[in-house]
Ligand binder design. Structure first.
Ligand code: GBH
Length: 555
């Protein structure tokens, strides 16, 4: 039954696609029936150090906040696991580069582990082995003409610095700058694409506001804003240093990557729900984007006002819980990104919070300050292997167009987009996800958004933070029980490679497992394949529903 539905759905999608192209052709676009991405479009695949490297205490590596938290409080992780070994990329990096090549991408986005390079977080101790590890990886990539895109910080704070208060202590600014200086000195001759920090919102609100990501402070409404304040300054200092001392010689580019789940008004006809959506996007994206990308800099006005007023009402006196920038700081932070990096996976429906002060809305808290209730209840969007991730491609379109309008058409790179399942190699749901989201990216490009690249998340199955090894985002499967963590391409790896090679989506390309994949698939634990089959079934059911939405939206 579901197979039939899937076929009908795909056929309808293909028809819908060709009708769009027919329209494009009459407007004078190329006559081929696929919509193409721009010629110099950046295609990439991503990973992060803690999620794939392992080697947690190899050579003289220091302890990160994730090492510390997963060792001390394993109960905080769904399967009590940690990243001690994970995909063992500390040893398997040559194979990683081989996979990157197989995918036909031009770019590999990976991150550096601060405590691998500076075990204690300070420049008094630098690890030769750590420096060499990334140097080898970079050389190997360049050998095959693959551009390394390096994230300087993807959540691995040296534990020692956490003991100083981490991102809530302004001391982090010169420390992050010292660390960044070292990596720019070491790798800047070869790395031409940098991002300073991955997903500041997560770092601050999920690290300090609630008990979620390391260091899981669970201290709502105050430290997250201090974190954001210091993080923005630290980012800006690094970018100024790069521009003054490195960029003139090295001619690379540097930026930041923000994240959000697009907030769709629960009732599009309700002015209040539309306001809740505006507010949510300002609190999630604007918090970090407004200081960097807006014309006048500083935090979004709505954040400044709401948090100031609520702080006053709550008895905090005249000082807002959201720190204030001086004019000089506003000026120094504004403009410090050569492109707008965005990670996005899903969307939520939003409505105002009203006066609810319970549950996720303690007083004070980020959620209460924002005053928005988000939920995916009642949506007919296809699910995934993660409770929070439902498939709604239009959210990606809306997000790209919002950034385009709000910040005057910046160059946007989608630095992460992808979907999870529970395992297996026949990940047709992932194929559908990338096709649908890329189609939304194309729609945004056609409507004027300056999107210059798309980086699929993720190269391979890895340590999925709080979800441990239970959620898989990889284009490559990793056998976590094999000593060398054998990697095998999934169906999605074949399809994504084809997209990168042809610069277009081919809706009809859905290869079957080849001989090698069949052998590997036969050996997978039954749990993995069953979970995958169930997910695929649910997905195609929901995809049929989604189709209605897609068609309605295009008509
Ligand atoms: C990205 O962040 C990360 O950069 C990457 O490392 C990670 O593997 C990838 O996403 C997939 O998760 O917000 O309470 O609903 C996105 C972080 C973390 C966002 C989990 C959604 C779910 C909990 N994601 N979070 S909640």
């Amino acid at each position: 039954m579901w197979q039939m539905l899937l076929k009908i759905t795909l056929l309808a999608l293909a028809l819908e696609q060709s009708s769009r192209c027919a329209a494009a052709a009459t407007l004078g676009s190329p006559t081929s029936n696929a919509r193409h991405f721009p010629n110099d479009f950046l295609w990439g695949v991503g990973s992060s150090s803690y999620q794939i490297e392992g080697g947690w205490n190899a050579d003289d590596k220091g302890e990160s906040i994730w090492d510390y938290m997963t060792h001390k409080n394993p109960e905080k992780i769904v399967d009590q696991s940690n990243g001690d070994i994970t995909a063992d990329s500390y040893h398997q990096w040559r194979r990683d580069v081989e996979m990157v090549r197989e995918l036909h991408v031009t770019t590999y986005r990976f991150s550096l582990s601060w405590p691998r390079i500076m075990p204690g977080g300070y420049m008094n101790q630098v690890s030769t082995a750590g420096i060499k590890y990334y140097s080898n990886l970079i050389d190997e990539l360049l050998k095959y003409n693959i551009t390394p895109m390096v994230t300087i910080y993807h959540w691995e704070l040296p534990q020692r610095l956490q003991e100083l208060g981490g991102w809530t202590n302004p001391e982090i600014i010169p420390l992050f700058k010292d660390y960044a200086r070292l990596v720019l000195e070491m790798y800047g001759d070869r790395v031409k694409l940098w991002t300073t920090i991955n997903e500041p919102w997560h770092v601050c609100e999920h690290g300090y506001g609630v008990d979620y990501m390391a260091p899981s402070y669970n201290f709502p409404g105050i430290p997250a804003y201090l974190c954001g304040h210091n993080l923005l300054k630290a980012h800006a200092e690094v970018v100024h240093m790069y521009r003054e001392h490195f960029q003139p010689r090295q001619a690379g580019r540097i930026g930041i990557t923000l994240d959000t789940s697009w907030p769709e008004p629960r009732n599009p006809d309700s002015a209040e729900d539309r306001e809740a959506s505006d507010r949510a996007v300002q609190f999630y994206v604007g918090w970090f984007a407004h200081p960097i990308f807006s014309k006048h800099g500083n935090y979004p006005k709505i954040m400044i006002e709401r948090i100031r007023n609520l702080s006053k009402q709550q008895g905090f006196g005249a000082r807002s819980r959201l720190p204030e920038f001086t004019n000089e700081e506003i000026h120094r932070i504004r403009g410090t990104s050569d492109f707008f990096g965005i990670n996005s996976y899903t969307s939520n429906l939003v409505t105002p919070n009203g006066h609810n002060n319970t549950g996720k809305f303690p007083v004070p808290s980020f959620n209460h300050d924002m005053g928005v209730v988000e939920s995916q209840a009642g949506v007919d969007w296809p699910g995934s292997g993660s409770f929070w991730l439902k498939v709604y491609p239009k959210g990606m379109y809306n997000l790209l167009m919002w950034i385009h309008r709000e910040y005057n058409g910046p160059e946007i790179i989608v630095t992460e987009n992808g979907v999870s399942d529970r395992g297996g190699l026949e990940d047709y749901a992932r194929v559908d996800y990338h096709n649908l989201y890329l189609s939304a990216v194309l729609d945004a490009i056609e409507d004027g958004a300056n999107v210059s690249g798309y980086i699929a998340w993720s190269l391979m199955d890895s340590y999925e933070w709080k979800a441990g090894y239970t959620e898989k985002f990889g284009l490559y499967h990793v056998d976590f029980s094999a000593p060398n963590r054998t990697r095998t391409p999934k169906i999605s790896a074949r399809v994504f490679a084809n997209i990168c090679k042809t610069n277009a989506i081919d809706w009809s390309y859905r290869p079957a497992l080849d001989e090698h994949q069949l052998v590997v698939a036969a050996r997978l634990p039954a749990l993995e394949t069953e979970a995958a089959a169930n997910a695929a079934a649910t997905f195609s059911w929901s995809l049929a529903l989604l189709l209605g939405v897609v068609l309605a939206w295009h008509s």
